[in-house]
Design a protein around this ligand. Sequence first.
Ligand code: FAD
Length: 270
Amino acid sequence: MNILIVYAHPEPQSLNGALKNFAVKHLEQAGHRVQVSDLYAMNWKAVLDANDSLDGQAGARFDPSLDSRLAFEQGRQSPDIALEQEKLRWADAVILQFPLWWFSMPAILKGWVERVYAYGFAYGVGEHSDARWGDRYGEGSLAGKRAMLMVTTGGWEPHYGPRGINGPMEDILFPIQHGVLYYPGFDVLPPFLVYRTGRMDDARYSTLCDALGQRLDRLWSTAPIPFRPQNAGDYIIPELTLRPEVAPGQSGFAAHRRSSFAGDAESGPA
Ligand code: FAD
């Protein structure tokens, strides 16, 4: 299988750097092909702007969506964007790996998403009409591929529990797992989470690598998070709200999952 790791940490000797190296080695030893987009090492340009098209802005004013579509359709995208899209086409599974920074991904990774997810590639795909709102949320260019987050946090696991002060981790990750990954079609696996990274020693690191290795071994067999597909009957079109008989009385993020799930936090002493 082909696996792309999109990795966002500025320090190669960090915990994230060590986990990334472990993951690459583990996957390669299992016979998989691995590519890593090491965004800091690549000096990845994080801001979306008119320079993302080889032709500069198309009209009198820069239109982020339409200029993206033109550049994508006409093969005029900046080569760094086109190369990342090629890696996504190549991959059977994609891992986004990052430390949680201000309750989200580091800016460099957000910029990777904004620039690589071009109009026509990751959104604006399929028929758009009153009867259908495109191929997305379960369908789209990246359908059939699997994706998983690998996230480290300073906060403790209970801080991210159902009543924890930071809010539940599955809610914090919803915009990434549902918005960034499920939207263009990925099957999204439960995340691999490492809490309380300030408390790490060799014994815990070893346990952590064992747990990560097991998750990587199950990349192809782990059940995806059961997000509700857009075009399978759960939603009224074109309002795209849940039908009254679907998840009655529920609202918010959880209503868009067929059942609740607990992310796969590393087991072992913390
Ligand atoms: P490191 O700091 O590199 O390492 C963590 C620990 O692991 C250290 O004790 C280190 O010695 C040890 N270690 C490293 N490598 C190894 C190894 N090979 N073997 C054994 N031990 C090792 N946290 C939150 O919970 N929520 C937030 O919103 C949040 N926002 C943040 C925003 C910013 C800007 C920053 C800088 C931090 C934020 N944090 C937040 C904390 C952040 O998530 C953690 O600092 C990060 O996840 C730790 O990962 P790291 O790779 O940088 O770890």
